[in-house]
Design a protein around this ligand. Structure first.
Ligand code: A2P
Length: 254
């Protein structure tokens, strides 16, 4: 697999990044520091994960200069009516002057008490994100979306001034979504795979075919599953781990 993929902004996105969904605040600071000290240059978080502060501390503790790191966070559903304030909050928690990528987490505006916000259209949120991006190039290097299907992307692209740089979606052998990946690639949208192992207690790690390939190449089943996504053209991948030895998986990709 190539070590990075070019975004439609011209920036390079490292192919493998550390995922932090469900990484507890107490563990994620160390995981981010360890990953950066061991070659990772791409970290993915989200306001909704409740760990941006600790991700920021891990980046600081690693000693890796900010400009060498590709950092992504996401706009939370209940913040879709006020993206400017949400962006400021994420920048402060992460202790960073800018984001390499800011994603709309879901095309699903919600109220603060967790109900669907039927009075707000996510397309308006995208327009607000575009405005923030165009007016604040010092704070936002790229914007994109997450969990968007072809139908949602078609609706967005009809009115967008800025084509999303990325669509971050769930991808693994039980969820290949080839049609959606092909659509994104045809529009110049890089696809980022989350849950490449199939998430917690994944049956994929025990899958006989995955294990046979792992044995053949003397790597772990997780390596096979991460490599599978990393080798798809136009795709980057976010394995999540808070365990040192598993974080090192990236060093042995096929
Ligand atoms: P942990 O974070 O405790 O190391 P996904 O990336 O598909 O969301 O999967 C994340 C889950 O897979 C987490 O439970 C994580 O556990 C576990 N995991 C991460 N890396 C590996 C690995 N190399 N081998 C086995 N399980 C792993």
């Amino acid at each position: 697999a190539s070590t990075s993929v070019k975004l439609n902004t011209g920036a390079e996105m490292p192919t493998v990044g550390l995922g932090t969904w469900k990484s507890q605040p107490g563990a994620v600071e160390h995981a981010v520091e360890f990953a950066l000290k061991n070659g990772y240059r791409h970290i993915d978080t989200a306001a909704a994960y409740g760990n941006e502060k600790e991700v920021g501390l891990g980046i600081k503790a690693s000693g890796v200069p900010r400009e060498q790191i590709f950092l992504t966070t996401k706009l939370d559903n209940p913040d879709q009516r006020n993206p400017a304030a949400a962006l400021q909050s994420s920048l402060e928690k992460l202790q960073t002057p800018y984001l390499d990528l800011w994603l709309m987490h879901w095309p699903a505006p919600m109220t603060k008490d967790g109900k669907a916000d039927k009075g707000h259209d996510w397309l308006q949120t995208w327009k607000d994100m575009e405005k923030l991006y165009l007016e604040n190039p010092d704070k936002l290097k790229a914007i994109g979306v997450s969990n968007f299907s072809v139908a949602f992307l078609e609706r967005l692209l009809k009115e967008a001034k800025v084509v999303p740089a990325v669509n971050q979606i769930e991808l693994h052998p039980s969820c290949p979504q080839q049609e959606l990946v092909d659509y994104c690639v045809s529009k110049g949208i890089v696809v980022t795979a989350y849950s490449p192992l199939g998430s917690d207690n994944s049956p994929l790690l025990k899958n006989p075919v995955v294990n046979k390939i792992a044995e053949k190449y003397s790597v772990s089943p997780a390596n096979v599953l991460i490599s599978l996504q990393a080798n798809r053209p136009g795709v980057t991948v976010l394995p999540k781990s808070v365990t040192n030895e598993r974080i090192l998986c990236k060093q042995r990709l096929l």
